[in-house]
Design a protein around this ligand. Structure first.
Ligand SMILES: *[C@@H]1O[C@H](CO)[C@@H](O)[C@H](O)[C@H]1NC(C)=O
Ligand SMILES: *[C@@H]1O[C@H](CO)[C@@H](O)[C@H](O)[C@H]1NC(C)=O
Ligand SMILES: *[C@@H]1O[C@H](CO)[C@@H](O)[C@H](O)[C@H]1NC(C)=O
Ligand SMILES: *[C@@H]1O[C@H](CO)[C@@H](O)[C@H](O)[C@H]1NC(C)=O
Ligand SMILES: *[C@@H]1O[C@H](CO)[C@@H](O)[C@H](O)[C@H]1NC(C)=O
Ligand SMILES: *[C@@H]1O[C@H](CO)[C@@H](O)[C@H](O)[C@H]1NC(C)=O
Length: 254
C-alpha cells in the first residue's frame, strides 16, 4: 500500500485502545535495525526501543503489537515502528505516515527525506520486514509496523521498495529481492581469494548478478573477492531493482 490508500480514522477505537492497560516493556528491547532508502543506508546497527506512543500524520497512538487485535492475549511489546522511532530520535531525523483506522497502524510514507511517490511507470514506497519476512498482520509490508512483535536480536528492515506501477504488488513486493550478504564479518590475508554469498533473505534463493565490491555473483549467488590492500573495508551487495544488503566487514591483513 502507498499514498493512494485512503485512510479512515475510527476515533472510537483509538480512544478505547489508548485507555487500555499500561504499556510495559517486555524484557530486552534491543534489535538489529537497518533502514535502506533507494540511495543509501540510513541506519544499520543495534537499537533499543520498546513500546511507546507514536505520532504521525497528526495521530498519536500506542505502538505495541496490539493494533487491530493482531496479538490477542500477548503482552504489549516492541515493534518495527518503535525501533524506527528510537533510531530517528538517536540520529535526529524525522518520519511520517498516514494512520489507518482499520488496522490501527500507520502506513509509513516518509523516513528522513525519502518519501513514497509514484508516477505512471513506477511506485516507490516504504515497507518493513522482520528477519526478512513479511508480516502476517495489517497489509504485510505496510500497516504492520506497530502490529508485529519483535524478539531480542531480531533483524528489522525498513526498505524503500521500487515496483512497476502496473502489476506491481505493493502488499507483497513480488519480484523484489531483499539482499542478504554473508559472511557478515571476515578476516583474510591480502591477495587471498574468499567467497561471499548473496541470497534473497526472504526466500533464501541465490541471487545471481548481484555486485559485491564490483564482482558479480554467479548462479549460486557466489562471488570470489581478492583484496590487495591491508585494512578494514565494508561492502554491500547491490542489484538493480532490489533492496541492498546488510554490510559485510572485511579485515585484510598483510
Ligand atoms: C500513551 O498515551 C496514553 C494516553 O495519553 C498514556 O496513558 C500512556 O501512558 C502512554 N504510553 C506511553 C508508553 O507513554
Ligand atoms: C529516490 O527516492 C526519491 C523519493 O524520496 C525519488 O524522488 C528519487 O527519484 C528516487 N531516486 C531513484 C534513483 O530511485
Ligand atoms: C517515472 O519516473 C521514472 C524515474 O524518475 C522515469 O524514468 C519515468 O520516465 C517516469 N514515468 C513517467 C510516465 O513519467
Ligand atoms: C562491522 O563494523 C562496524 C564498524 O566497526 C561495527 O559497528 C559492526 O558491529 C560490525 N559488524 C559485524 C557483523 O561485525
Ligand atoms: C525460490 O526458488 C524456488 C526454487 O527454484 C522457486 O520455486 C521460487 O519461486 C523462488 N522464490 C522466489 C521468491 O524467487
Ligand atoms: C546484471 O546486472 C547489470 C547491472 O549491474 C545489468 O545491466 C544486466 O542486465 C544484468 N544481467 C542479468 C543477466 O540480469
Amino acid at each position: 500500500m502507498f499514498s493512494l490508500h485512503v485512510s479512515v480514522l475510527h476515533l472510537s477505537a483509538f480512544l478505547a485502545s489508548t485507555a487500555s492497560a499500561a504499556v510495559e516493556a517486555n524484557g530486552d528491547n534491543t534489535v538489529n535495525l537497518r533502514i535502506e532508502t533507494n540511495l543509501s543506508t540510513l541506519y544499520e546497527g543495534p537499537i533499543t526501543s520498546g513500546p511507546r506512543n507514536i505520532t504521525m500524520g497528526g495521530v498519536t497512538y500506542p505502538c505495541d503489537g496490539q493494533g487491530a487485535g493482531s496479538n490477542p492475549g500477548k503482552a504489549l511489546g516492541n515493534c518495527p515502528t518503535d525501533a524506527l522511532d528510537a533510531a530517528a530520535k538517536a540520529r535526529g531525523f524525522t518520519y511520517d505516515g498516514e494512520f489507518d483506522g482499520e488496522f490501527n497502524d500507520w502506513d509509513v510514507t516518509r523516513i528522513a527525506t525519502t518519501e513514497d511517490w509514484y508516477n505512471l511507470t513506477i511506485i516507490q514506497y516504504w515497507g518493513s520486514l522482520v528477519n526478512y519476512q513479511v508480516s502476517t498482520f495489517g497489509e504485510r509490508l505496510t500497516l504492520s509496523g506497530c502490529q508485529q512483535l519483535l524478539n531480542p536480536g531480531d533483524d528489522v528492515l525498513w526498505a524503500f521498495i521500487t515496483l512497476p506501477a502496473v502489476g506491481g504488488d505493493t502488499n507483497e513486493a513480488t519480484g523484489v529481492s531483499f539482499l542478504k550478504l554473508i559472511p557478515m564479518s571476515v578476516t583474510v590475508k591480502k591477495g587471498k581469494g574468499f567467497t561471499v554469498t548473496v541470497t534473497d533473505g526472504r526466500s533464501g534463493n541465490a541471487t545471481q548478478n548481484a555486485s559485491v565490491a564490483e564482482v558479480k555473483t554467479n548462479a549460486e549467488g557466489k562471488a570470489t573477492l581478492y583484496l590487495f590492500d591491508a585494512g578494514f573495508f565494508q561492502y554491500k551487495a547491490h542489484r538493480t531493482g532490489d533492496v541492498r544488503s546488510n554490510v559485510m566487514n572485511v579485515t585484510v591483513t598483510d
